[in-house]
Design a protein around this ligand. Structure first.
Ligand code: ZN
Ligand code: ZN
Length: 73
């Protein structure tokens, strides 16, 4: 019996950090895209959506930010 497969991957679980930024769809007023909070959590470091430059598009979930913490995660 091979007992050499000791997993050292326990430390390998990358922690994704998020930061809170102002929702570009509503400019902080609150809308359906940000759950009416006016802000969204995006993956660090926060960057504007490269597709729309912050104008909101389908790629950024209409938040204007790249990698918004999604409903899909
Ligand atoms: Zn919003
Ligand atoms: Zn976009």
């Amino acid at each position: 019996m091979a007992d050499t497969e000791k997993s050292e991957k326990a430390e390998n679980t990358e922690k994704i950090e998020y930061e809170t930024v102002t929702c570009h769809a509503c400019d902080g007023l609150g809308c359906t895209y940000c759950n009416k909070t006016g802000s969204v959590e995006v993956r660090k470091p926060a960057k504007l959506c490269p597709k729309c430059g912050g104008d909101c598009c389908i790629y950024c979930g209409y938040t204007g930010w790249e990698h918004p913490r999604g409903k899909y995660e």
